[in-house]
Write a protein that binds this ligand. Structure first.
Ligand code: SAM
Length: 354
């Protein structure tokens, strides 16, 4: 097993790829690992397949390296991010686009009725209800994706740790009790967004998004499919697999409220089969379905030693098809990713095929 060292993002002074700011912070996002993911890739051009797009960091990096990117995720939230930033090579947001979010539009107060005051203050819930209704009327597909992406970034940037469970701060803000929500430098900025004019946050986020839009002269593609359906038809040179980690909290649960808001109704938010602690069968199926793609890079991790899939076990699954090796990462999740979870037992690794 090879140890990849020098990655300790908690204290990391290395500068990160600045275009990552165009993306929302996302649980399990791989911004801090991209250098290590791309190093063992044999083909330096061609088609890069990102089978679990998530928050888009690996696809954005592949796009910047000039690959044609074909990305997929089962979730609408990820496909919005992908269509706005990965498939879109040229169109940026303008101030006039932001103004559209404030045009009075008919809606059913879905957010205010269901998520106020625990998740959003009345001020922000009313803004979001109107904004989502207004976005649905935007005719240009790319502009619509950009505005939805902006609203995803807005929502995540209002919530402590990017999570929907920490409700005390929001309840206090709604009751106009400021001391606790504004108690520290780390909590105040997010909480202020819940009480100030949304335009202030939107203008800042618009600049971040526009900075991430560039042309890599490829027709990049975004798909919203179950990974097994996606693999049936996709072709390319490299596939990157970053599935939910077996035994860890499911994306459909963590982002359930965001997914409901995007759908405009309550979904069943059924956890992915890959989040199950016993996901071996699905991982085996994943590799069997990817036989036609020459090189595989797989990321996986364990929150605790006895949870999820151990590196040797995943290596053995991959070695049924290819020569491969394990690379252990000295990775620590940022607070935004971990949501305050203990990091002491985290194991993060990659399987690389030759
Ligand atoms: C670990 S995250 C990917 C993170 C991403 N690499 C990044 O850097 O942001 C895993 C993703 O898998 C998606 N997912 C879960 N089950 C899936 C399935 N059956 N098919 C496709 N995508 C799935 C989730 O919605 C989630 O976005």
């Amino acid at each position: 097993m090879r140890q990849v060292s020098g990655i300790c993002p908690a204290t990391n002074k290395e500068t990160m790829f600045s275009k990552f700011k165009a993306l929302p912070s996302y649980f399990g996002g791989k911004r801090k690992l991209v250098k290590y993911i791309f190093k063992p890739i044999v083909k330096k051009e061609g088609t890069f397949i990102d089978a679990f797009l998530g928050g888009g960091s690996v696809s954005l990096y592949a796009k910047a390296k000039g690959y044609k990117v074909i990305a997929n995720d089962i979730a609408l939230r990820s496909c919005i991010i992908g269509n706005a930033i990965i498939a879109n090579n040229t169109i940026e947001l303008e101030k006039e686009d932001l103004a559209r979010l404030f045009f009075k539009t008919k809606h059913e107060n879905f957010i205010k009725k269901n998520y106020c005051p625990k998740v959003f203050t009345t001020k922000i819930a009313e803004f979001l209800d109107n904004a989502f209704a207004a976005v649905r009327l935007v005719e240009n597909d790319t502009k619509r994706f950009l505005l939805l992406h902006l609203l995803i970034k807005f929502i995540i940037s209002c919530r402590q740790f990017g999570k929907f469970t920490h409700t005390r701060d929001t309840l206090d803000l709604e009751a106009r009790k400021w001391d606790w929500p504004l108690r520290s430098k780390s909590h105040a900025p997010k909480n202020l967004r819940m009480i100030q004019n949304p335009m202030l946050t939107l203008e800042k986020l618009m600049l971040e998004i526009n900075h991430g839009i560039f042309d890599n002269h490829q027709q990049n593609e975004i798909h919203q499919k179950d990974v097994f359906d996606f693999l049936k038809t996709v072709a390319g040179d490299i596939v990157y697999f970053d599935p939910p980690y077996p035994g860890s909290s499911a994306y459909e649960v963590e982002y359930g409220i965001l997914d409901n808001i995007l759908a405009g109704r309550k979904l069943d938010n059924k956890p992915s089969v890959f989040s199950d602690n016993d996901a071996d069968e699905f991982l085996e199926r994943l590799f069997k379905s990817a036989k036609h793609i020459p090189q595989w890079i797989i990321s996986l991790g364990q929150n605790k030693e006895d949870i999820g899939v151990r590196p040797e076990k995943l290596l053995a699954m991959v070695q049924k098809y290819r020569k491969a090796e394990v690379q252990m990462m000295e990775h620590k999740w940022s607070v935004a990713n971990a949501g305050g979870r203990s990091q002491s037992n985290n194991i993060e690794y990659m399987i690389v095929t030759h």
